[in-house]
Design a protein around this ligand. Structure first.
Ligand code: MSP
Length: 640
């Protein structure tokens, strides 16, 4: 039987939930809701990862027990998920007795099979990341993840024989291309597996870390964080406890993760499952990161986006919508309040809200708030809107298994815009004035029917607002939940169905207010280091780089930093202005073969026209031109 089992990572309780945590959980929720809509039996698991050094330290600092520390902080996640309308079937905590027992049973079983053994271990340990590294893992002697100092530690520990599964894992990944998604993440894991795979340390001596699950075969040790955390995906559905329930859901359809925990999920977890003799999940999908503007989100920078605040200010559904529509799965996305407000105003307030308002208001005014009966034939325009709407159904359905939610949502918005155009074309307000009631009924019915389907398609993303919208379209209260069968059919709205009145579904946000507040916040955000905004190859392809030869160079009057250059670019002669007068004399430039951006919009600098830009490398007070490494080379050749 087809089923859908989706998981999120379990979140550390030592941190307040932020937009990144909210994103993964909303994504899982949207996927779960879609599958329920399709009548696919669905199970959605999320929860918290509660053991480890950070919790122990926080508890010590606060003078409470680690368990009390967890009990206090887990609430932040649970409250947020309630607020965000998350429909998880279970919330697992790694401090749950059930979970702890499963972890211990697994450890014992693997120990009995000699897949876990004791050895002396010398390593470098990063306290904040709670990870051991070998000498070669370190970057300039520091933690490769967080750049902080590491401690050298020699101790006896227990190890899982992960290394013996290396060849098996490489083959498995190669033979199951859907296993690690998207493709570039699969390649990343395969790249990682080119190095010899070591065994995995699965324990900590209690003397160093007491807050963990005790090893069943050695009371002086607790488990290593990942061996505890990853097991939640099976303990949460009854592994070793309720085999029937476990079989019902396992293998998992999708483990959703952030790209930061790729190796643990695509290397440690599969080898652990192999050792346990359980089937592999169908897919592990790693999404990108939410940046704030171009910066990495971090507490020290002070730019962490709090989902609660966003929901309070703009509403839960708008926040959910933004996250789903804005991020292309697999890539990083950028959050700023301005981008949020722009999308909100254009997609939700203008396009969707506006169309619903018009239709609802006119049906109230002209047909007493009841869906009108259609008595005339649909024409080309009606058929066109019907086609656009049903195309959105297909697009949305396709976007789920391919994890292209943003493009599914984009096609829904295309249908919404087609609806607004249809309204403009048909001008029902004029039809009403002219008393053409049959035609008016057709137009309003067609528009309402299109919106009914759209509301169904968007209901997993915006459950509350779409329920309101459906009521405003006369979908009977007992059918307020979207029904996928009826979604794919045209003509479901029943004549005479009563509409609920609606005020603006999405109030427009005053952009001036947001802009006024934005610069204040921005100032407090120093640039994060080492953050590179990644672009697609298509983005790079937009830049046309060409070889060019400097024919002439001369200073520009009244401007001591710039030079005016005449270039040969293939058949063409071009003039550009370059800010290099402090580094090169005109004579040094003549005859040089350089690289220019050839498709830059022309600009006027100090009253002189510039048709392009040359490339140069600059660091502090040094500058050097990027030149071509060949004695003779044609100008106008493309570079890339
Ligand atoms: N406890 C581990 C996971 C164990 S899973 C068996 C952990 N927890 S975490 O609290 O640090 O959260 C991890 C997840 O939060 C990431 O994998 C990702 O899903 C999400 N995000 C955290 N920051 C993020 C962004 N800035 N952007 C998007 N998601 C990111 O790691």
């Amino acid at each position: 039987m087809e089923k859908f089992y989706v998981t999120t990572p379990i979140y550390y309780v030592n941190d307040k939930p932020h937009i990144g945590h909210a994103y993964t959980t909303i994504l899982a929720d949207v996927l779960a809701r879609y599958h329920r809509l399709l009548d696919v039996p669905t199970y959605f698991l999320t929860g918290t990862d509660e053991h480890g050094q950070k919790v122990q330290q926080a508890a010590e600092k606060n003078g409470i027990t680690p368990q009390q520390q967890c009990d206090q902080t887990v609430v932040r996640f649970q409250e947020l998920w309630d607020k965000l309308e998350i429909t998880n079937d279970k919330f697992i905590r790694t401090t749950d007795e059930d979970h702890k027992k499963v972890v211990q049973d697994i450890l014992q079983e693997l120990f009995d099979k000699d897949l876990i053994y004791k050895d002396e271990y010398k390593g470098h340990y990063c306290v904040p990341c709670e990870r051991f590294y070998t000498e070669k893992d370190l970057v300039e002697g520091c933690c490769p993840e967080c750049n902080r100092e590491v401690q050298e530690i020699i101790e006896s520990n227990y190890f899982f024989r992960m290394s013996q599964y290396q060849d098996w894992l490489i083959n498995y990944i190669n033979e199951n291309p859907k296993f690690i998604q998207p493709d570039h993440r699969r390649n990343e894991t395969l790249g990682f597996l080119k190095q010899p795979l070591g065994d995995l340390c699965v324990s900590r001596p209690k003397s160093r870390l007491a807050w963990g699950i005790e090893l069943p075969f050695d009371e002086d040790y607790v488990t290593y964080v990942w061996f505890d955390a990853l097991i939640n995906y099976i303990s949460g559905i009854g592994y070793k406890k309720d085999e029937e329930e476990f079989k019902k859901w396992w293998p998992c359809s999708t483990h959703l993760i952030g790209k930061d925990i790729l190796t643990t999920h695509t290397v440690y977890w599969p080898t652990m499952m192999k050792a346990m003799g359980i089937e592999m999940p169908e897919s592990i999908f790693a999404h990108g990161w939410w940046l704030v503007g171009r910066d990495k989100m971090s507490k020290s920078v002070g730019n962490v986006v709090n989902p609660m605040d966003m929901c309070e200010q703009y509403g839960v559904d708008a926040f959910r919508y933004f996250l789903m529509a804005e991020m292309t799965l697999g890539h990083d996305a950028s959050f700023t309040e301005e981008v949020f407000v722009t999308r909100y105003n254009s997609d939700l307030a203008n396009d969707l809200g506006n169309m619903l308002n018009r239709v609802n208001k006119m049906i109230f005014k002209q047909f007493d708030g009841k869906i009108p009966a259609v008595t005339v034939e649909a024409g080309d325009e009606e058929k066109e809107l019907q086609k656009a709407t049903l195309e959105a159904v297909t697009a949305m359905k396709e976007s789920i298994p391919t994890m292209k939610l943003d493009s599914g949502i984009a096609s829904i918005m295309t249908a919404v815009r087609a609806g607004n155009r249809y309204m403009e074309q048909k001008a029902p307000w004029t039809l009403a004035k002219e008393g053409k009631m049959d035609e008016l009924a057709l137009v309003l019915y067609t528009a309402a029917e299109s919106l009914r389907i759209i509301s169904g398609l968007l209901s997993p993303t915006m459950p509350q607002k779409m329920a309101e919208m459906r009521a405003a379209l006369g979908v009977p209260a007992d059918k307020i939940e979207a029904d996928v069968e009826k979604l794919s059919h045209w003509g479901v709205l029943e004549a005479g169905a009563e509409l609920a009145p609606i005020k603006a579904l999405f109030q427009r946000i005053d952009t001036k207010k947001v802009q006024k507040e934005a610069p204040k916040k921005k100032k407090q955000q120093p640039k994060a280091e080492n953050v590179v905004e990644l672009i697609d190859i298509e983005d790079f392809g937009k830049v046309q780089l060409k070889t060019a030869k400097v024919l002439e160079a001369e200073p520009v009057e009244g401007a001591d930093r710039i030079l005016k250059l005449q270039l040969e670019v293939g058949q063409e002669k071009r003039q550009i202005i370059a800010g290099i007068a402090k580094f090169y004399t005109p004579e040094q430039l003549i005859g040089k073969m350089i690289i220019i951006v050839a498709n830059l919009k022309p600009a006027e600098i100090r009253g002189v026209k510039s048709h392009g830009m040359l490339l140069a490398a600059k660091k502090k007070k040094k500058l050097t031109l990027v030149t071509v490494d060949a004695e003779e080379f044609p100008t106008g050749a493309s570079v890339g």
